[in-house]
Design a protein around this ligand. Structure first.
Ligand code: ATP
Ligand code: MG
Length: 338
């Protein structure tokens, strides 16, 4: 019997990239296979709509792409319930009860939401649904009573927000219906993979990503364009490894860290060219990505089957979410006619 419950999600705003892999997908597959977890993996299409309401095609087109990424990295529908947020009506009702337990100013203080509002250039026109998405995310997590949420570092404030809501709910209604979730973060330094352009975060919305679906040629092209040390012009110039994206990726992806240390020393001293290091990084990344890319291509041959997998997963997820909703309704006291 599983001792823990894991829930995690991705927004279907594009295909998944190697930042998702390092920040969350890799831990999910490990947790899925360790036997102590009941696993829920959600495609957060409602959350994606909060900043794409006028561009629903993007979400529709990304839904099966994200599902393919899941299957490609080894999420297994026989071991994990893989489902779609909009197909679980209970999540919306839970969100409404929770919204009454948070203040507007608390929502406005969320540092990740603040950064995203800037990045998305909403100005004064922040959609209300976007501002409250951490509350809806709390509904997603608590509907399944998840105690473990494998996520990247950008999600730390969301976990704190979720715990506050859980405590407020259980205190207010004098119950223990909801479970406090903990983030399950990757090892230090791997929780936020920078973008190819050196931007602090690789993101599907920032056009600076290596996708799990990228071909070997695309991988080559992207690695060759990567941001390095702009002052390292001649091979013999001493170069900087801090803030140098190529080395940051090697830190994360190369199992041979001794070799990475040697390369760094040589680069800092002078005498190691950017192209040489990039070629090496390309090999390291391809070793991780080639099997994922191949599996993805296999599953992509039958998209109907992928859609049916999501439909079945959603039916199963509804059963659990509806049970929690019943308990929440009883705790709040709106179960008048039971
Ligand atoms: P969007 O720009 O649409 O928000 P995103 O690239 O931020 O897309 P999400 O779907 O919001 O992706 O994030 C899904 C999961 O992947 C989260 O757990 C998040 O922490 C993790 N994640 C996303 N980008 C990175 C990254 N660059 N490094 C590590 N983890 C990441
Ligand atoms: Mg995001």
């Amino acid at each position: 019997m599983a001792q823990h419950i894991m829930l995690t999600a991705d927004r279907p705003t594009g295909k998944l990239h190697i930042g998702h892999y390092i920040g969350s997908l890799k831990s999910r597959v490990e947790l899925q296979n360790n036997g102590e977890y009941q696993n829920f993996v959600m495609i957060a299409d409602m959350q994606a709509l909060t900043d794409n309401a006028r561009n629903p095609e993007k979400i529709q087109n990304s839904l099966l792409q994200v599902a393919l990424d899941y299957l490609a990295v080894g999420l297994d529908p026989n071991k994990s319930t893989i489902f779609v947020q909009s197909q679980i009506p209970a999540l919306n009702e839970l969100t409404m009860y929770y919204l009454d337990l948070v203040t507007l100013s608390r929502l406005e203080r969320n540092p990740t939401v603040k950064t995203e509002i800037q990045q998305k250039q909403f100005g004064e026109s922040v959609p209300a649904g976007f501002l409250i998405y951490p509350v809806s995310q709390t509904a997603d997590i608590t509907a399944f009573k998840a105690d473990t949420v494998p996520v990247g570092d950008d999600q730390e404030p969301m976990m704190e927000q979720a715990r506050e809501i859980v405590r407020a709910f259980n205190n207010t209604y004098q119950c223990s219906v909801l479970v406090e979730p903990q983030g399950y973060f990757p090892p230090k330094g791997q929780g936020r993979l920078p973008g190819l352009d050196g931007n602090a975060k690789m993101s599907k919305s920032l056009n600076n990503a290596i996708y799990l679906a990228d071909s070997a040629d695309e991988l080559h092209r992207k690695v060759m364009q990567m941001y390095t040390d702009p002052h390292h012009i001649h091979v013999n110039d001493p170069g900087q490894v801090e803030g140098n994206t190529v080395f940051e990726y090697l830190d994360v992806f190369d199992p041979d860290q001794k070799h990475v240390a040697e390369l760094k020393a040589q680069y800092q001293h002078g005498g190691l060219g950017d192209v040489t290091v990039k070629k090496y990084l390309e090999e390291v990344l391809d070793a991780v990505l080639a099997p994922i890319r191949n599996r993805r291509a296999e599953y992509a041959k039958d998209l109907g089957e992928v859609a049916r997998m999501l439909q079945k997963g959603s039916a199963k997820a509804n059963i659990t979410a509806n049970q929690t909703l019943e308990e929440v309704r009883a705790a709040v006291g709106v179960n008048y006619f039971d």
